[in-house]
Design a protein around this ligand. Sequence first.
Ligand code: HEM
Ligand SMILES: *[C@@H]1O[C@H](CO)[C@@H](O)[C@H](O)[C@H]1NC(C)=O
Ligand SMILES: *[C@@H]1O[C@H](CO)[C@@H](O)[C@H](O)[C@H]1NC(C)=O
Length: 512
Amino acid sequence: MTTQQRSNPVYRYVGGAAAAGITLLAAYYHDRAVFDEHREGIVCMRGYPLVGGLPDLIANKDKIHEWFTNEFKTSDVLTATMSVLGLPRHILTVDPNNVEHVLKGNFENYIKGPEFHNAMNQLFGDGIFNSNGRQWKYQRKTASHVFNVKNFRDQFTDVFVQEIEYMSEKIWNTAIEKDEPVDFHDIMFKFTLDSFILLGFGVQLNALGSKEKVPFAAAFDEAQKTTFQRFVNPFWKVTERLQKIAMPWKAGMNEHLNVVDTFAREVTEKRREEMARGEEKKDLLSRFMNARNADGEPLNNTELRDIVLNFVIAGRDTTAQALSWTFYLLLNHPRVEEKLVQEINEHITDDIMHDSPALYEVIKDMKYAHAVFYEVLRLYPSVPLNQKFALNDDVWPDGTHIRKGDYILWSPYSQGRNTQNWGPTANQFRPERWFTENGELKRESQGQWPAFHAGPRVCLGQNLATLEALVAIIFLLKRYKFQLVPNQNITYQVSLTLPMKDGMMVTVEKRE
Ligand code: HEM
Ligand SMILES: *[C@@H]1O[C@H](CO)[C@@H](O)[C@H](O)[C@H]1NC(C)=O
Ligand SMILES: *[C@@H]1O[C@H](CO)[C@@H](O)[C@H](O)[C@H]1NC(C)=O
């Protein structure tokens, strides 16, 4: 504006009116984002005039799970609303009944919404995590055929044992010989990646054999981080472009996607060649390559790419993280470790370790091992925060009025640490809480313990993950004694799942 314009009475008038208007708006929207409606009957999280919770969201972006946990710590309210400039209206709940209602009771009303889809689309496409309705259903049905008892007993257990034997030799025995510390978290990611790529797609990736991250895994991790940022940063399109301009040499989302797409394409092409040679497989990949999509058509390469990548995140990250947090907690709670080792020694002999069907059966009876795993996932759920979108108005069990178009956030992480849900010991690692008075294992309702989700979209790999984790825990604890390297800050990286930010360095000895 020039001086002449500014002194013009019309402009002065407009300027004054604008300032007065903003003041009025700020007074009216004093606790929430401008133009967000006040929501009667729902506690509103702290907000500033016109921008609402945006400053708090920015300030807490690296410890978002603690933020949400603390939000419900001091009050008896388990549901709150968040109004953030640039984001649609969110209702956040850690109330088990509400969670069960959204995921199960009124399943049809809550879908993965447009915000979810926009943020996730580039990486996940129309894969099972990112789709609704018919598109979701055919994938769920096709994949579910793979998860049958026979496969578990005869094939999956074998793959896990085979990979653990390789890991023992390659990583742990070598570390003992050389007396070198190892990043446990990194090794677990390699273990679950190798195992899942082998059992799902028939490819021997051998990440455990390479010192560095395999390029596919590195690109995949970066793409996931960016994807999560898109959820919490309303201005991601601009931010990402600016980053690219400021640091053009740094690989961005497109470069990472290129790497992961290439991987998925190579896996599928290899299988097509095998099928052309008449080799028959019945794994996840073959099931999908022989399946029909929601329109009754064979799947094209884009659809297969989406399926491969969705299953990799499902099968790799979650279980690797659960294993890492298990050992983190065990190493900090020697009493629990000792009790678990005792159960292992009572059930597992060297013979059983190499007879997969027998191993599979014995593991089912190891109650304390199961309790440990459930307890880890209560405190460190691999999917710590999740979102859905309301198609229609609804009323929740706690009386909260949901409106069409609201986004629902629920936080298994904060839910597990809430004393109203789990009593005064909510923050303690106590596998004993999973036993009834007469020593039976207790399974909580899906709403109370949503680590594996709930209702029709409950985790399809729940039994697979539990088996994989328990096989690994058993073999590792039976053979080795780990210790944390002192002076590390072990904490989570805010992402779609719950990785450790800087890994977890351990030293290892043979267990006598
Ligand atoms: C400790 C390990 C695991 C945990 C904590 C876990 C947890 C979850 C959660 C919370 C969801 C819901 C995600 C959402 O829809 O937003 C989910 C879905 C899913 N999980 Fe797992 N998961 C684990 C391991 C696995 C494994 C090993 C597989 C192997 C195939 C797997 C396959 C799936 C699939 C296919 C879905 C999508 C289900 C659907 O939408 O119908 N998961 N899992
Ligand atoms: C693959 O199929 C999907 C769904 O039917 C369709 O949207 C997409 O355009 C197809 N892609 C290619 C490359 O043919
Ligand atoms: C761990 O975190 C604390 C506090 O944030 C910091 O003072 C310390 O230097 C960190 N230690 C390491 C090994 O990074």
